[in-house]
Design a protein around this ligand. Sequence first.
Ligand SMILES: [Ca+2]
Ligand SMILES: [Ca+2]
Ligand SMILES: [Ca+2]
Ligand SMILES: [Ca+2]
Length: 528
Amino acid sequence: MKNFLLLSFSLFSVAALAQESKVAPIANPYKKTPLTEQQLQRWSHLDLQKDSVPGMSVDKAYSELIKNKKGTKVIVGVIDSGVDINHKDLKGAIWTNKKEKPNNGKDDDNNGFVDDVHGWNFLGESNNENLELVRILKKGDDGSETYKKAQAEYDKKYQEVAPNKPIVDMILKADKTIREHLKKDNYTAEELNEIASVKYDLYQSKKIMLSFIEQAGKDFHANLEEFKDYVYDNLNYNLNKEFDGRQPLGDNPDDMSTKNYGNNVVYSKDRKDSLHGTHVAGIIAQGRNNKIGGDGVAENVEIMPIRAVPNGDEYDKDIALAIRYAVDNGATVINGSFGKDFSPHAAWVWDAIKYAASKDVLFVHAAGNDGKDIDTEPNFPTDEIDLKEFADNVLTVGAINYNYGENVVADFSNYGSKNVDVFAPGVKIYATIPNNEYKYEQGTSMAAPNAAGVAALIRSFYPNLKAAQVKQILMQSGSPLNFDVAVGENGDKMPFSKACVSGKLVNAYNALKMAEEMSKTMKNNPKL
Ligand SMILES: [Ca+2]
Ligand SMILES: [Ca+2]
Ligand SMILES: [Ca+2]
Ligand SMILES: [Ca+2]
């Protein structure tokens, strides 16, 4: 599953969301005034001291450190749901495989992929998928612990989702009734209140919608759409044992001998299904200061889109091959904003991560959005085998929001003193989405590319540093938080230093300074 935040829009959580925004701000020495829209759109680039926002000091890094420097091109592999490579704020930053002649039906560069001019699509035209636990159940009970765990997890998830179906259907029906009555698709609570009718159906619909709007706020139509997608995607695809998402692709995900399935179109058949990957790519590379939309973290980068993450859980085989594709075709940073609870062929992915390590490629991975401790419940791909870290090139990133203080960790973000390395901005992140649009999104999916963008900056200006050193720099140079923070949905308090390995927030300014020193040391000591 895309590590996208799936807000669970039961009526209860809608109410909880509405309340969240009313929570009184906690004592914060930095907080002055609420952020303006302009600040909000780029808060992850701001600076704690200067702007009172726990951003990554990207603007400060540009204005003070890299203004007059020229970096080398860095290719960032984005393994995701696909990227709208024609977005006006992204198209200048898309990788082109110069050794491949387009559209001649030949694999000119002999990399195993025909006409792969801008990356590869391991999903072809498939899009919706089961969760991995459903795929495990479909294979039948083999008496294993994994099967039992999958069954228990299935029952739990089904019980969470299914009761929402009559609720969402009721609200959808009421909304339809109101829209037909008002003869328009968008309306406000005021317009609803003005409806005076003795018709029972209309009266009921008005009551339902007023109560929904009270909880969901003025963007209630967008919320309703997300609520509907959450319920229907789960019941029709993610949790549906009768559904076979792999069928259109015709590849056997349990057989590693076939490797070049899919196609060369790096976005989904319906372009809007590549929203997640387009947003991730934008966080890294949307044009800076070009007067359109948001700003990316890194200049001098090329995004290599590799489509391997469906609407449901990704296959280990696709992920392993996607990592290898990125490594073999020149990426030095890979962003992986995906993750799942079960991984039947985890070894394939581990081998690909080891391969990336051997070729000096950094893999930046989102920590996941379950609000859980991933030291006890893994989020795949992990970088541990039998509780021992096997590679030094994986950076696992949790998400923070823009409120500095005890609530700075996003409530959905996974954490872990051993398995989350560092935190980065992942709430209300403004970036590109398909068809030349922009959107705020949240999730550790947004935190990982923020960190990956900083990694790309380091690799661009200090190319003599190795992937493991870039990881080390991102962790050590970050801004420390020396206080207790709330984690998970229950808001349990723990020292921030225990929520991740480094106890720090990624900071581009500090990272580039440390990279400069480390790079010099390396040059002066060629034997290091
Ligand atoms: Ca090729
Ligand atoms: Ca060709
Ligand atoms: Ca821009
Ligand atoms: Ca690790």
